[in-house]
Design a binder for this molecule. Structure first.
Ligand code: MIG
Length: 728
């Protein structure tokens, strides 16, 4: 066995197998470390089979597995099978083992031991997390060349911090990205976009972004706008921005094969597209534009070229981008289509088996392995050997992201980019956001949103979310309500729906439902000070925004809890994820009481103190409810009429002895917060012996505060409420 090891930090060890391909997941230069040769691994049994390695670990009964990013399985990933192979699969059913991204970082944890594992490898491999045998975790890597990192620390958070020091600080979006976003496949023209914005404001629903899907383009040609549908694109983006709404266009990687189309011509002329095995012929496949070539994002020059193409959009006043289909998704290749057509024409159907075979000959043309194997890259400076796509498949999305982000940073060095990308791999978390792909309007996918949010957070994707209300299928009113209600706590809060499905915009439901949704969205803006403060804190401290309750409480019940999580330092989120419910059983982890906060549609609020443990929490469809930890508080905005802005912050704080709460501001769009250009106020609220409350504050950062008035709603352990103010 050709394994060598080196110590990266006190808690992180790298085990290098052979000569791995540099995936760019890791930001430190590991080559400069000195390695020593070894032939066994700690913790894992390591076996070399024909052309693969198998690593196995025996788990005890209580050990949980956290992480694995964008994947199915619960918050505890144990008992499921995972395949690291970025897949455009629009059917996220329980038995699936691969989605759009591969994030092979996980933590095996019990009370006494927290072991982090990260396998840095650019293409398919398998992680059997107790699927075949409940107590065996088995990783099978079909190669002799890969990096294995093993982390050991006292807490899960510490393991995550080490992983993030290795792979980079999580992506920081602009502040507007925390507002409500509306999308649909499609708002195909200017009129429709304006109508959506109008209807939102008529309904009193604040919104920060509207997405434009593939139909805005001329014939699905990337970096074009159909001028028949959008006669003055610049004017539209400017008008929308005036109204506080950003337009976010979709970008697909496939470049339509069309003589005279500049992106195509430039790509062909400069050899920017992926090739066939001969290294000369441009690889051709079909996606929405019809026949396309795929840019070779693994190549430095290609990334630079592609990144510059976005100027077309930045110059038109676009502030955010949505990169889709970058697994890359393939509908078919001309070669395989011809073969299938020939087969259909020649084949005589004698029985049902023949029929099924013929039927499937077209149905199985998409995303084929044998097609990917015929697609070739010239990585890096392009001077080395060509590499089959098959050998670095999982890096395509990450490198399209790099192309977009790196050029943006060069041209707008101080600005934060808004970029949503579908396919990703480890390391992408430091560049952009991902969304969870084509889910369905199913209750189980509401739960999946909750669980994947936590798993992705463990892997450094702090800002993420699913298509709220579901992408495919028609959503029921009740599911739509519960999903929007949960999404108040999802960092990315985007309602998106597929072609042909029910209209899912909040104003397209009956009055009662729309009223609920308006309340949820306004409440999201009310809670935005908390969300943003905690998000920035998460990025600065490298602690996930969304964490499993099991990180703090190792009781059986806490470990089994799969539909709750902590959002930031103070809030426990407990969504209702099933139909016909008036509330739900929650498990209040730890030993301390919680404050149950209920914000009703009619503006009333209710505060209740609940002891730790099991509790049936009422949670109706017209309120937003959550728990606040003892001696913690949350800043909220007292909203103006627009439902978006505020001048006064109200801090809801549960004080039994000494409580803390923070509120943070920055300019929301540049990186100057890294240079001390922020304002933060940290409050301490102390309950005195005579029952009064003493509020102290310290401030930090060099920025002048926008908010100077703070109203406190102090709830004590007996649910008595005291109101006090604090002015700067
Ligand atoms: O083949 O652009 O996940 O969000 O609306 C479907 C149309 C292509 C897939 C994305 C989805 C988007 C859709 N796209």
């Amino acid at each position: 066995m050709n394994i060598k090891t080196t110590q990266i930090s006190e808690s992180t060890k790298l085990f290098r197998f052979g000569t791995p391909f540099n995936t760019d997941a890791v930001i430190i230069n590991t080559d400069k470390y000195s390695f020593t040769q070894i032939d066994t691994l700690p913790l894992f049994k390591c076996e070399k089979e024909a052309d693969c390695y198998r690593l196995t670990y025996t788990m005890d009964k209580k050990q949980c597995i956290f992480g694995l990013g964008e994947s199915l399985g619960g918050i505890n990933k144990r008992s499921h099978n995972y395949r690291m192979w970025n897949s455009d699969d629009p059917s996220h059913t329980e038995e699936k083992d691969a989605l759009y991204g591969s994030h092979p970082f996980f933590i095996i944890s019990n009370e006494t031991e927290k072991i982090g594992v990260f396998i840095d490898f650019p293409t398919e491999f398998h992680i059997d997390a107790g699927f075949t045998q409940y107590d065996i975790l088995s990783v099978k890597i079909p190669s002799e060349n890969f990096d294995l990192y093993i982390f050991s620390a006292k807490t899960e958070q510490e393991v995550i911090r080490e992983y993030l020091k290795l792979t980079g600080t999580p992506y920081m979006p602009p502040k507007w990205a925390f507002g409500f976003q509306q999308s649909r496949w499609s708002y195909p023209d200017e009129n429709t976009v304006c109508k959506v914005a109008d209807k939102m404001s008529e309904a009193g629903i604040p919104c920060d972004a509207i997405y434009i899907d593939i139909d805005y383009m001329d014939n699905y040609k990337v970096f074009t706008v159909d001028e028949k549908k959008f006669c003055d694109f610049k004017k539209l983006t400017a008008e929308m921005k005036q109204r506080g709404i950003r337009l976010i266009p979709i970008i697909d990687p496939g470049v339509r094969v069309e003589k005279g189309y500049s992106v195509y011509e430039e790509g062909v002329k400069n050899d920017y597209f992926c090739k066939e095995a001969d290294g000369k012929t441009d690889f051709t496949a079909a996606v929405w534009p019809g026949l396309v070539h795929f840019p070779d994002f693994l190549n430095n020059d290609v990334r630079e070229w592609w990144g510059q193409l976005y100027h077309f959009l930045w110059d038109a006043g676009i502030d955010g981008i949505w990169n889709d289909m970058n697994e890359p998704a393939i509908f078919y290749t001309p070669r395989k289509l011809e073969a299938a057509k020939k087969k259909i024409a020649e084949r005589v159907i004698n029985n049902s088996w023949d029929f099924f075979e013929i039927r499937d000959s077209l149905g199985t043309l998409a995303n084929r392995r044998d097609d990917y194997a015929e697609m070739y890259h010239r990585p890096g400076d392009g001077k080395g050997n060509v590499v089959s796509h098959e050998n670095l498949h999982n890096l395509y999305g990450l490198n399209m992201t790099r192309a977009t982000v790196d050029e943006f940073k060069k041209d707008f060095p101080d600005k934060r980019i808004f970029l949503l990308t579908r396919s990703s791999s480890a390391g992408a978390h430091r560049m952009a956001a991902i969304w969870m792909g084509d889910n369905q309007s199913w209750w189980s996918h509401l739960l999946l949103h909750v669980q994947m949010l936590v798993s992705l957070n463990v892997c450094g994707f702090f800002y993420t979310g699913a298509d709220v209300c579901g992408f495919s299928g028609n959503v029921s009113n009740e599911l739509a309500i519960r999903w929007m209600q949960f999404a108040v706590f999802s960092p990315l809060f985007r309602n998106h729906a597929a072609l042909g499905t029910r209209n899912q915009e909040p104003y397209n439901f009956d009055e009662k439902t729309t009223n609920c949704m308006r309340h949820f969205i306004r409440t999201r803006y009310k809670l935005l000070p908390y969300m943003y403060t905690e998000f920035v804190n998460a990025v600065k401290t490298l602690n996930p925004l969304c964490t499993p309750t099991a990180f703090y409480d190792k009781s059986c019940q806490s470990l089994e809890c799969q539909d709750e999580f902590y959002l930031g330092r103070s809030v426990l989120v407990t969504p209702v994820c099933q139909p016909n419910a008036q509330g739900r059983n929650v498990f209040l982890a730890g030993k301390h009481p919680y404050l149950y906060v209920r914000l009703y549609n009619n503006g009333l609020e209710n505060f209740e103190i609940v002891p730790a443990g099991n509790y049936y929490a009422q949670y109706s469809t017209d309120e937003v409810a959550f728990f606040v930890k003892e001696n913690c508080g949350i800043p909220t905005g007292i909203l103006e009429k627009d439902g978006k802005t505020f001048n006064t912050v109200e801090i809801i704080i549960f004080v039994s002895s000494v409580a803390t709460a923070s509120y943070y501001e920055d300019d929301g769009e540049t990186n100057s917060y890294l240079q001390n250009d922020f304002f933060q106020i940290d409050f301490t609220v102390k309950k005195e012996n005579n029952g009064t409350f003493n509020i102290q504050a310290t401030t930090s950062g060099s920025r002048l505060p926008e908010v100077k008035n703070y109203n406190f709603v102090i709830v004590d352990e007996n649910a008595n409420i005291t109101r006090q103010t604090f002015n700067l």
